[in-house]
Write a protein that binds this ligand. Structure first.
Ligand code: COA
Length: 325
């Protein structure tokens, strides 16, 4: 029914990054398609971004925030380990909604969208706000050129509503594989300290993102076409009927490889990662919102979407954009 998004004001270009780590605009843009990213500074906060994205989605949907039953915040970077969702619930005025965080890294938005839709389909809830947002800049090692060039901060949201008339989530598939999870982690520090005599506790804290880029790349170009293809077969959808391919924005080469596999022309492929890099759980709703607001996505358009990332986790869905009534 509505979408919204928000990115920080602070912009960091590839050239600027090259003054900190041994890299270049040429290397980053040819290998990834990224030219700049937005990073939260002390002038803005993660919750403000989430709140702005959520409020814009509610506004587009034309909802009274008090009518929202459920708020799911997909994030791996809450500003409170007990969860950020309730802060956003209060911030957007969704006072009657139950709110919780959901963590599935870059697949988080898709997992949260599907989760929310199950509450709506079961009839137990009517309206949900699903937000995907991350502040990975806090967890990147800014001296590791192999990973720091990829990520940025952002937030995106959708407002979804149960309907007796039609179900615009045509189908979905979600997958997890913890056996291959080691190639992308943000692990807890193993810091055990003495508590009392002969007792210890683990002091909290996390290492920066640990990534084997090539393994992640291979995982994405193998699994995304597979899961999309399987879903297309199941739903009897052929690639010509897809209006927009909207993949998790991690690397332009991954997106192009998937488009090529299904012979989807690049004119139907939505990408904005040159401006924002990989904003993790935010990429899909951020891109969706941009394309809704500039009127590329129209009512009834069929969107093929797929998210993938740490866990490992991945999934795909076919969605028809409805928009406000
Ligand atoms: N600038 C300049 N050189 C860099 C660099 C950078 N930012 N990062 C790595 N290099 C160098 C490497 O050191 C290596 O040099 P060497 O051959 O002298 O050792 C060379 O470039 C090639 O590195 P490699 O890791 O093989 O590059 P790649 O073609 O695999 O591209 C990624 C690296 C990270 C862009 C690519 O693997 C990728 O996109 N993977 C997926 C990551 C991802 O999307 N993660 C999030 C998923 S949700």
């Amino acid at each position: 029914m509505g979408s919204g998004s928000a990115v920080p004001d602070q912009r960091i270009t590839n050239e600027q990054l090259a003054s900190r780590v041994d890299t270049s605009d040429e290397w980053i843009s040819t290998r990834t398609g990224i030219r700049e990213r937005r990073i939260l500074s002390e002038l803005e906060s993660f919750s403000q971004l989430c709140k702005k994205a959520g409020s814009l989605a509610i506004e587009m949907a034309g909802w009274d925030p008090e009518s929202i039953d459920l708020l799911i915040l997909a994030t791996s970077t809450p500003d409170d380990l007990f969860g950020t969702a309730t802060k956003i619930q209060a911030g957007v005025g969704a006072n009657k909604a139950v709110a919780f965080d959901l963590t599935a890294a870059c697949s988080g938005f898709l997992f949260a969208l599907v989760t929310a839709s199950q509450y709506l389909r079961s009839g137990s809830m009517k309206r949900a706000l699903v937000i995907g947002a991350d502040q990975l800049s806090s967890w990147v090692n800014w001296d590791d050129r192999k990973s720091c060039v990829l990520f940025g901060d952002g937030a995106g949201a959708v407002a979804i509503e149960a309907s007796d008339v039609q179900d615009d989530l045509l189908g979905f598939k979600l997958r997890s594989d913890g056996q291959r999870g080691d190639c992308l982690t943000l692990p807890q520090i193993s810091d055990f300290q003495a508590l009392l005599q002969e007792t210890s506790y683990q002091k909290g804290g996390f290492l920066p993102i640990q990534m084997n880029g090539q393994e992640v790349y291979k995982f994405a170009v193998r699994e995304v076409p597979l899961i999309l293809g399987n879903l297309m077969q199941e739903l009897e959808i052929n690639s010509e009927s897809i209006d927009w391919l909207l993949l998790h924005q991690a690397n332009k080469r991954i997106i192009d490889a998937v488009a090529d596999r299904f012979k989807i022309p690049y004119s139907k492929v939505l990408t904005n990662l040159s401006n924002y890099g990989n904003t993790s759980a935010a990429t899909i709703p951020l891109m969706l919102d941009e394309a809704v607001r500039d009127e590329r996505i129209q009512k009834g358009h069929l969107i093929a979407t797929s998210g993938f990332g740490a866990g490992l986790s991945w999934g795909a869905a076919f969605i028809k954009w409805h928009g406000p009534i």
